[in-house]
Design a protein around this ligand. Structure first.
Ligand code: GLC
Length: 741
């Protein structure tokens, strides 16, 4: 068959299937009748989203008068409009003053909390506690929905393997399995089990897809990866979000292998809508439709609108390309009316799922807004989630936990009494004044006999050292020094990448001066990405990775510092030894000459090790855990049988503690090379001193599957290694053979 006919038949196939999903939706009589009453302009109005007011989260577009546009039926959704009163006012215009009275969706980036701000998502992922992560999203939904917001542009589920990329803070790190589990938990938290309830909000899996694979770790940069890497590494969290019922997806800004995601028919119509059967709608990212002109993929705004609609982008965020050009494109036969009807039907179906046809004002409750935002219950949960997110990277000579009766503590550093940065990026309606700082948290935690001294020491960034001498003088008076160092909230997040991932400014110099006093130093890191920490790892006895923990920063860190809580976090992303190793991730390939230090002609560096400083899944505890040798239910596993992998974990220390037991596999030989390890399971267990628990993982043939040379998902017979441990490096190993079918 000639290529062109293959192409046409593929398009027909894709159109047929996405139409069948659409057909199912038009079975809904209410939506079908409404669609029949809509003019083409009103349909295109539903495909249009604007940012309200000057609350911009992207480059400013052409100014509009939203109220007038709503009255004319030229807007289907607003983003950045919040508050029960304001959203009620705008919804009233849509419902009572436009011809058809179709309610608006109100979207906002509720990424890690609405007003009660939780740890940045990368920090929450470090908890490996799916119920805590779900609860965090649940509370974000309760608060946001009380303030008129019924759609969040979250979860961000982009896999990130490059710590230079600022948006690594916004996702769940480098691993597809953990990323998928976290994606499910977050969608469940936002949407609950009934999206029509007034305390649930529509989720949005973003940014579709492979946004985190940006070359050079620079935001919006080119993505060029193999289709296998796309499907095996970057898509699993999106598939998980779709399976969890996420009502919307968002296009990514980047191109993928030469085609911008917003105009990428393969991604949206073939994979998302056809193969995965996604029945929600897809919104572009901010102005990403028109940015296809800049990409060099679209001729002009009109052509960009045509390409985006053909590719399955249902709603236009902020480029105004659809509202400007779509009617002409339809009238000139460039865009089939069926595509418009499909997009409108998807959007109306989601609005109905959200409950807006039943009661368009159910989210606009000033009473609930007053009662729920930042209440004590939410704060207590935020503190608990924050504690669980903290990772203990080093604890020599039992430096931690500290005694709360210490005579004098010196708290030094630009993050120590910081009333701004701990909220992290994308902090929605969180307010600086709500932050309980580390200084406050420590002062509330210590006994009345303890004096807490404070000095800033230096700025987060820049060359200023004017306060350094004073800080050292203060430190010399103390029994213990706590150094609170790291990044500002604007050093990570969108368009905030770093070409150097060390401690910014003169902070390392400050730390070295504090260490030189000879006093014990505890390093508390507050940052939005992995940092390079070689000197601290070699010279500082105790290091806590606390990310950016949000409103409850101080109490959560103090709970861990003084042992009220035993740290249980594990790294969701590799911490490199040096930037030169990047990209570095645990699930790498073996190669033909694996890096073995000291051996010639090997995949090594002359000047640095190949191993990371702290590996994926790493985190210590104030207690210790032992693992019994792995037990397998059978050494030879038939194709349709389950391989049970067990170990008994014992708390051999003197304190209660939680351990994240991790299961990895390796396919030793296959028709396509496989990674040296792949995470395939984890279980966070809580053990009292001396307590033991058997942990069993069940592996099926599906768990062992990969995409072969023809990109067909297969499981091949042969030898597999399994690994169990408390991180991806220090593991026990066993082997089984999968038999042929
Ligand atoms: C931004 C971000 C996206 C966000 C959207 C709306 O540019 O890329 O994640 O949801 O615009 O604020």
């Amino acid at each position: 068959m000639k290529p062109i006919r293959i192409f046409l038949s593929a398009i027909m196939m894709v159109s047929i299937l996405s139409v069948s999903v659409f057909a199912a939706q038009t079975q809904d009589r209410q939506i079908r009748l409404l669609l029949q009453r809509m003019t083409l302009e009103e349909k295109i109005g539903q495909l249009t989203q604007y940012s309200y007011g000057m609350d911009l989260t992207g480059p400013a577009g052409e100014p509009i008068k939203p109220e007038e546009e709503i009255r004319k039926g030229r807007i289907g959704s607003l983003l950045n409009a919040t508050g029960a009163e304001k959203t009620r006012e705008l919804q009233t215009i849509a419902v009572e003053e436009s011809r058809l009275g179709i309610p608006l969706l109100f979207g906002l980036d509720v990424i890690h909390g609405y007003r009660t701000i939780f740890p940045i998502p990368l920090g929450e992922a470090a908890s490996w506690d799916l119920s805590a992560i779900e609860q965090s999203a649940r509370i974000a939904a309760i608060e946001a929905s009380a303030a008129g917001v019924n759609w969040t542009f979250a979860p961000m589920v982009d896999i990130a393997r490059d710590p230079r990329w600022g948006r690594i803070m916004e996702g769940a790190g480098e691993d597809p399995y953990l990323g998928a589990e976290v994606a499910r938990a977050r969608v469940r938290g936002f949407q609950g089990n009934d999206l029509g309830r007034s305390d649930t909000i529509l989720a949005c899996a973003k940014h579709f897809a492979a946004y985190g694979a940006a070359q050079a770790g620079r935001d919006y940069s080119t993505v060029d990866i193999s289709r296998r890497t796309l499907h095996e590494i970057y898509l699993p969290p999106f598939k998980a979000a779709a399976e969890a019922g996420a009502g919307t997806f968002m296009n990514a800004f980047n191109e993928l292998n030469g085609i911008p995601c917003t105009g990428n028919r393969y991604l949206v119509r073939e994979v998302l809508k056809k193969r995965w059967g996604f029945d929600g709608f897809v919104v572009s990212d901010w102005d990403s439709i028109k940015e296809m002109i800049v990409h060099g993929f679209a001729e002009d705004g009109r052509h960009a609108a045509e390409l985006a609609m053909h590719a399955g982008c249902d709603m236009d965020m902020m480029s105004a390309a659809y509202i400007a050009h779509m009617a002409d494109l339809v009238r000139q036969g460039k865009v089939p009316p069926a595509q418009i009807d499909e997009a409108v039907t998807r959007i109306l179906s989601v609005k109905k799922r959200v409950g807006l046809f039943k009661d368009p004002y159910q989210y606009c409750s000033p009473e609930r807004e007053r009662e729920l935002l930042l209440n004590d219950k939410h704060q207590a949960i935020a503190r608990d989630v924050a504690r669980k997110s903290i990772v203990l990277l080093k604890n020599e000579n039992g430096t931690l936990p500290l005694d709360r009766d210490l005579k004098r503590i010196a708290l030094i550093g630009p993050l120590a009494d910081n009333q701004t940065d701990p909220l992290g990026s994308w902090s929605a309606k969180g307010e600086d004044k709500d932050i309980i700082t580390l200084r406050r948290g420590i002062m509330d935690a210590v006994s009345s006999n303890t004096e807490v001294l404070f000095a800033r020491g230096c700025d987060i960034d820049g060359e200023g050292t004017q306060d350094m001498a004073e800080a050292v003088r203060v430190a010399c008076k103390a029994d213990v020094i706590i150094a609170a160092l790291g990044e500002s909230k604007n050093m990570s997040g969108e368009a905030h990448c770093r070409g150097d991932i060390g401690l910014p400014g003169r902070q390392l110099e400050l730390l070295q001066k504090l260490q030189a006093t000879g006093k014990p130093v505890v390093l508390v890191l507050m940052n939005g990405r992995p940092l390079t920490l070689v000197w601290p790892s070699q010279n500082i006895p105790a290091i806590l990775e606390t990310w950016l923990l949000g409103t409850q920063t101080g109490p959560a860190i103090a709970d861990v510092l003084f042992g009220k809580v035993n740290p249980s976090g594990k790294l969701p992303v590799t911490f490199p030894y040096a930037l030169g190793q990047v990209p570095i991730f645990y699930n790498h390939k073996m190669t033909g000459r694996p890096g073995v230090k000291g051996q010639a002609y090997r995949s090594t560096y002359a000047d640095i090790p190949v191993e990371p400083l702290y590996p994926f899944g790493f985190g210590l505890s104030y207690t210790q855990f032992s693992y019994s040798p792995i037990r397998l239910n059978r050494a030879k596993v038939a194709y349709d049988e389950i391989a049970n992998v067990s170990t008994t974990v014992t708390n051999t220390g003197s304190r209660q503690g939680a351990e994240v037991v991790q299961l990895y596999i390796r396919d030793l030989k296959a028709s396509v090379t496989r990674p040296v390890k792949e995470l395939k399971g984890f279980s966070k267990i809580d053990l009292k001193p001396g307590e033991s628990r058997k942990v069993t993982f069940a592996l099926t043939a599906e768990d062992l599957a990969f995409y072969n040379q023809t990109m067909t998902k297969v499981t091949e017979p042969g030898k597999f290694e399994v690994f169990v441990g408390g991180n991806s490096r220090d593991v026990l190993k066993a082997e089984f053979t999968l038999l042929s079918k």
